[in-house]
Design a protein around this ligand. Structure first.
Ligand code: CA
Ligand code: CA
Length: 413
């Protein structure tokens, strides 16, 4: 009894001095969702602790202090092992991505620009096919793509607007993981932009809509322009920007998109040029916080107030932008004339804006286009006529004034 009491006191004393613990999330590398029921075995010296992740994949170990070894184990996943993790006075937060072993091969690599590994290309559609089955993913901000696949022979196509497609045929996967880097080459016409300081969307006039590209590419940097400043004249496009549209947002040409570029809208407000042949849409999804920062830094002058009003009504009131709820049917079956050959795109969280649909084949050629202006409803269905198309993979680009979403559409017989 007395001995038990001493042990209890010892355990209590240890808990007083061992404040640190490890918490975190175990998630599936492919789907990104949390994995419930992962057994986390923690070994510290000769002590052993076991914890399990909850329904969301979150876990916390008991308190301890020292250098721990961790093993994450769950059926149908490769064990995830951390050899040594030093846990002293502070709680440690970790995220582990576990690799499913239900499928036995993977294809991964980096998409980078023109053979230059230092410039990753994000948002590239990587589509692989084998015997009529298609699998796809989109490269992340580091250019990394990952696909878990069955054994077999695959063809790969990487596609992104503004770049030549890249194709590889006959990739053999058999119980092994392949790393294939993809060099993407830019289409040369990206360098044909002229830069008029303030007209960031290149529609020929400086107005409040030009704030969208500045907020979208806030903080982006590239090479500076030959002639810097706000003078209303055509400047040639400087090479060295990973996203060409971001160079247009660098209004003063100092090589970075920041607050001084907003000044170009004030200085050149309502000025026009007739050199625009097309308006440029920002390619990436905008970050709400960037527009909030711009909004907060604007003053009370007439032009500033107009820009603020535009930001408030079109962006801040609509955080996250529009959402594509469903696209139906996809795969789309063609060649049956008794059916109504339209694709139905169900959108929500719309702001009062224009929606543009553009359908591209994998050669980058636009095969269908539809514009709808002045939408007042918050959600709705848009129908796209799909007649006269062949089977294959198509990319549907859905844009409003400040966001673009690209979805893959498969046409089958
Ligand atoms: Ca403009
Ligand atoms: Ca700048």
């Amino acid at each position: 009894m007395r001995r038990l009491l001493i042990i209890l006191i010892l355990i209590y004393a240890m808990s007083l001095f061992s404040e640190a613990y490890i918490c975190g999330t175990a998630s599936d590398l492919v789907s990104g969702t949390g994995i419930p029921g992962v057994r986390i075995t923690v070994t510290v010296d000769s002590l052993l602790y076991i914890a399990y992740s909850d329904t969301l994949g979150n876990f916390c170990t008991e308190s301890f202090s020292g250098v721990a070894g961790l093993v994450f184990h769950k059926e149908n996943y490769q064990d995830f092992i951390i050899d040594s993790l030093n846990v002293q006075d502070e709680p440690v937060n970790i995220t582990v991505s576990m690799i499913p072993i239900a499928l036995n091969s993977s294809l991964s690599g980096f998409v980078y620009e023109n053979g230059n590994i230092a410039v990753p290309v994000a948002d590239v559609n990587v589509i692989v096919s084998s015997a009529g089955n298609y699998y796809s993913t989109i490269s992340d901000s580091t250019g990394f793509y990952f696909l878990q696949l069955m054994n077999g022979n695959y063809n790969l196509i990487a596609a992104k607007d503004g770049y030549h497609n890249y194709e590889i045929t006959g990739i053999n996967l058999s119980n092994s993981n392949r790393l294939i880097n993809i060099p993407l080459e830019k289409l040369s016409n990206n360098n044909n932009f002229e830069i008029w300081p303030g007209d960031t969307n290149f529609d020929g006039v400086v107005d409040e809509r030009d704030i969208v590209a500045i907020g979208t590419y806030w903080g982006y940097s590239g090479t500076s322009r030959l002639h810097q400043g706000y003078l209303w004249s055509a400047n040639s496009y400087p090479n060295g920007w990973s996203i060409p549209e971001a160079a247009l947002a660098d209004c003063n040409g100092n090589g970075v998109v920041e607050i001084s570029d907003v000044l170009a809208l004030n200085i050149n407000w309502n000025k026009q040029h007739s050199n625009s042949t097309f308006a440029v849409q920002p390619q990436n999804h905008y970050l709400y916080e960037n527009f909030q920062e711009i909004y907060n830094s604007l003053g009370e002058g007439e032009i500033d107030l107009r820009i603020k009003k535009y930001i408030k009504e079109n962006i801040l009131s609509n955080p996250g932008g529009f959402i594509v709820k469903t696209i139906y049917p996809n795969p789309f079956r063609i060649g049956n004339s008794s059916r109504n050959e339209t694709l139905s795109i169900d959108l929500s969280n719309l702001s009062n804006s224009n929606i543009e649909l553009e359908l591209f084949n994998l050669k980058g050629q636009m095969v269908k286009k539809k514009s709808i202006k002045g939408i007042e409803e918050k959600s709705g269905k848009i129908r796209l006529d799909m007649q006269n198309l062949n089977t294959g993979i198509f990319l549907l680009k859905i844009s409003d004034n400040h966001k673009t979403i690209t979805k893959k559409i498969i046409l089958i017989k």
